[in-house]
Design a protein around this ligand. Structure first.
Ligand code: SOE
Length: 387
């Protein structure tokens, strides 16, 4: 297919998704529902790709795809495919994205962009080459499209918080707290790149950069693995990624931030918490209550100051006009619907999606810097003998 056919095909855009597990299911749900809620260019859910023919066929029929396939290379070569949505594990991102972009397909890839900075750089080079021909690319930091977080960014950009001094980001889960939880691709460095760091600190770091509209310039970080061996399909296997990560960040315009993430934080299910403190106001958010944003207006008389709860369900709030009347809350999966909506509109309008691969690479650089910092020695505290 030539790039001009890709840009304006005289038929609905053909979509292929690669991967049908957790992320493939979330993305499929978005493709299946987006046109019910938003005005988007015509598209067809053409083909779902996976390695196990029977399982991917069952998933395709359940999730609304017309066909299934087991060879992604054959699928990206097809003339009727215009968009490739990569929901496969991190170790496949670079190879598939680079091949799809070279074939003139618009590419949406799950976060983090890649497993390594080198892969990320190669993906950026491929995206830049394709962009000249009008081929679009985007990385799936979906939380940018949670209405409360998109609204938080607007408030910060409008100056409602004054100058931002400090951000605190934490992302805590507990699905690995049980030491008997089995081995999975997300626990092997060669398939996942890193552990809690790439999986969930990537979201937290992206949010810090997105909300503050700034970039991280300096990093100090640590990683830790509590359960170093887990049961694999062929017996015990070493866990080669981190269970928890934490870092301090400096941003280019003078703000500072802390990030701490864990997949062993017993009792915490999917708690991405953001706190932003400025000279004129503050904001807090917790993904476990995704429709709520808390805002403190520091210009109020001090005796009236307090965090006010904004229920982000008004039609004036980002994305909400596509959903229900005010007060009728939406959830985690809707951010994927918003992502697909924005990606389709960018393709139709000929505009560059955000987060771009370059933005994905900037997060990848921060992840790598945290790893490097963790590998370096840290100051040890002398033991003080207590009397
Ligand atoms: C998807 O955006 C995602 O990052 C998953 O990949 C993580 O595993 C999840 O727990 C948070 O959401």
């Amino acid at each position: 297919m030539t790039s001009s056919q890709t840009l304006a095909p005289h038929r609905p855009l053909g979509v292929a998704a690669i991967g049908y597990a957790f992320m493939g299911k979330a993305h499929s749900h978005a493709w299946r529902t987006v046109a019910n809620h938003f005005d988007v260019p015509a598209f067809e859910q053409k083909v779902l790709v996976g390695r196990d023919a029977d399982a991917v066929a069952a998933a395709a029929s359940k999730y609304g795809w017309s066909e299934s396939a087991t060879d992604w290379r054959e699928v990206i070569a097809r003339e009727d495919i215009d968009i490739v949505d990569i929901c496969a594990p991190g170790w496949l991102h670079a190879e598939i994205a680079i091949a799809a972009l070279a074939a003139g397909k618009h590419v949406l890839v799950e976060k983090p962009l890649a497993n390594t900075v080198e892969e990320g750089k190669a993906m950026v080079a491929a995206a830049q080459k394709a962009r000249v021909k009008g081929v679009r690319s985007m990385v799936g930091f979906t939380y940018r499209r949670i209405p409360a977080l998109a609204f938080a960014r607007q408030l910060i950009a409008d100056g409602k918080l004054g100058t931002i001094r400090q951000a605190r980001a934490s992302y805590l889960q507990d699905w690995l707290a049980d030491e008997n939880a089995p081995m999975a691709w997300r626990l092997r460095k060669e398939t996942a790149g890193s552990g809690a760091l790439g999986d969930i600190a990537s979201h937290a770091i992206d949010q810090v950069q997105y909300l503050l509209n700034d970039t991280v310039s300096e990093v100090s970080g640590r990683l830790h693995t509590f359960v170093t061996e887990r049961a694999g399909p062929h017996g015990p296997e070493p866990v080669t990624v981190d269970d928890a990560a934490w870092a301090t960040l400096s941003l280019s315009r003078g703000a500072v931030a802390s990030v701490d993430v864990s997949r062993v934080a017993l009792g915490q299910k999917n708690a991405l918490r953001m706190e932003i403190y400025g000279t004129a106001g503050s904001l807090t958010f917790n993904l476990e209550s995704p429709n709520e944003l808390y805002f403190l207006d520091g210009t109020d008389p001090v005796e009236l100051q307090g965090f006010r709860r904004i229920l982000v369900t008004e039609p004036e709030h980002p994305y909400i006009s596509g959903w229900w009347p005010q007060g009728h809350v939406i959830g985690w999966e809707h951010s994927f619907t918003h992502q697909v909506r924005d990606f389709l509109l960018d393709i139709a309008n000929g505009t560059d999606p955000s987060p771009s691969f370059e933005e994905g690479l900037s997060v990848q650089n921060v992840l790598a810097a945290i790893e490097a910092s963790s590998a370096a020695s840290c100051a040890t505290i002398p033991v003080v003998e207590l009397a």
